[in-house]
Design a protein around this ligand. Structure first.
Ligand code: IMP
Ligand code: MG
Length: 185
């Protein structure tokens, strides 16, 4: 059986190997565990893209942790943000005064995270920190601060390790860049 990469019609270039991701996730786990030592934390995974990263990250956290999941709609099938964000699956935990770590796959314009952060604050959350596998700067439209960036990139459209293009390639173990000629803005 051929691999999803061989079957695909667009060119994919590996940017981060599974080994590179694994060692970076371990580092992030240590850093976050150190910063939150002695405290409890609610980790909120933004579905769907962050599910692989979240599963790896939480297993590298040595702290008292609860988890929950939220799903936002922002992109649809397009590769650029519409600017309108909706919660399509809400968290189920009482967040009053809780310290929260939002875990995102990739921050692009920052509109999704800016929306979610404000939403959680308005519901009484305690301290909110943001961890993102990839902090992508070129199209940033907000002043959102990624406290724990896995990797920082200027631009590019990435797939794999949870990230998709039109729902494809989420299951690839590494992160790959899609040929820019394929992306239509
Ligand atoms: P933002 O609101 O523009 O920051 O959008 C962030 C969301 O857009 C991420 O959670 C992803 O779902 C999606 N996104 C942004 N850039 C990429 C990419 O390079 N590959 C896959 N999804 C992306
Ligand atoms: Mg996403």
């Amino acid at each position: 059986m051929s691999s999803p990469i061989k079957r695909c019609t667009m060119n994919l270039k590996q940017i981060f190997s599974p080994q590179q991701i694994n060692s970076r996730v371990q580092e992030l786990g240590k850093e976050i565990s150190f910063d939150f030592r002695g405290r409890s934390l609610l980790g909120i995974c933004i579905l769907k893209g962050a599910f692989v990263f979240f599963a790896d990250l939480v297993r590298n956290l040595d702290i008292d942790l609860e988890i929950d999941f939220v799903r936002l709609s922002s992109y649809g099938k397009q590769s650029s943000s519409s600017g309108e964000i909706l919660i399509t699956k809400d968290i189920e935990t009482d967040i009053q005064d809780k310290d929260i770590l939002i875990v995102e796959d990739i921050v692009d314009t920052g509109l999704s995270l800016s929306f979610l952060t404000k939403n959680l604050q308005s519901r009484g959350a305690g301290m909110i920190r943001i961890c993102a596998l990839i902090d992508k700067h070129e199209r940033r439209q907000t002043s959102i601060q990624v406290d724990y960036p896995g990797f920082i990139l200027e631009k590019g459209f990435l797939v794999g390790y949870g990230l998709d293009i039109a729902e494809k390639f989420r299951s690839l173990p590494g992160v790959h860049e899609v040929d820019p000629d394929y992306i239509k803005h």
